[in-house]
Write a protein that binds this ligand. Sequence first.
Ligand SMILES: *[C@@H]1O[C@H](CO)[C@@H](O)[C@H](O)[C@H]1NC(C)=O
Length: 323
Amino acid sequence: VGAVAASEMFYKLLIVVFLAVSLQGTPSDGQKKKETLLSEKVSQMMEWASKRAVIRMNGEKFRRLIRAPPRNYSVVIMFTALQPQRQCAVCKQADEEYQILANSWRYSNAFTNRIFFATVDFDEGSDVFQMLNMNSAPTFINFPAKGKPKRADTYELQVRGFAAEQLARWVADRTDVHIRVIRPPNYAGPLMLGLLLAFIGSLAYLRRNNLEFLFNKNVWAFSALVVLFQMTVHSNASFSFQSYIHGSSQAQFVAETHIVLLFNAAVTLGMVLLHEAATSDLDVGKRKIMCVAGIGLVVLFFSWLLSIFRAKYHGYPYSFLLG
Ligand SMILES: *[C@@H]1O[C@H](CO)[C@@H](O)[C@H](O)[C@H]1NC(C)=O
């Protein structure tokens, strides 16, 4: 009797062990579904990313691909308002930098499905703005692969500006994905300078026997116009100078306007001095002093203006003398 009971026990045990092993071996239905849903989402995101570096999202896409679990990829989203009637000039500038960042990632050798860049425009997904309690644009938020966005997952635009390089640093901080920003070259500045140099060069060549024209006021007037034109072209984005000048092109203190005005005036004064040195009939010694002072003013204040501008508009690539 004992032997029969023992073998019955043994078979029961065998069945239990078998059941336990086979249950563990195959994942439950729920887990399988989750896995297929995840890979569907990943391939959907990859498909969109292959079409454009910055994926455009509306409320429905945002809820399905970002809000709802499961997710194993980070998504950086720029919340913006690009429709002309919203009159958000900053949005347009931020968008340009964001496109540079996303394209640098999209076309780099390191591109993977770990992180995607997307955008939600207020006019296409105002429900998302409402859901996140957001009332300003542009705003950059990183939705990490695990968990909800923390405080540091919202980019500090006011402090850091929106240059692609700054955004890349923040992304590296939050997701450990390092993106090398590659800017399409901007030829406007060098082209202007090149034209000016070519103009002066050809004048000097044509009149190489008579360099009087260097003292011609029209030549200097033309140069002054070119320099001023350069300044006005860039002044839309305005200029940072310690505490008097706001650290981004988002805002501008009142004193800042006056400082920039003063610097521009100093450049102009330099030009006028140069002109006077060339045309007045004072003695040679005084004219030399005026000439040197004029050149000094122009060079010093122009490079100062540029360095202010660089500090203000973080992506600006040019400098002159001062860093
Ligand atoms: C996320 O999961 C999908 C599906 O399992 C997989 O193909 C993809 O490589 C995963 N992504 C990362 C970054 O692990």
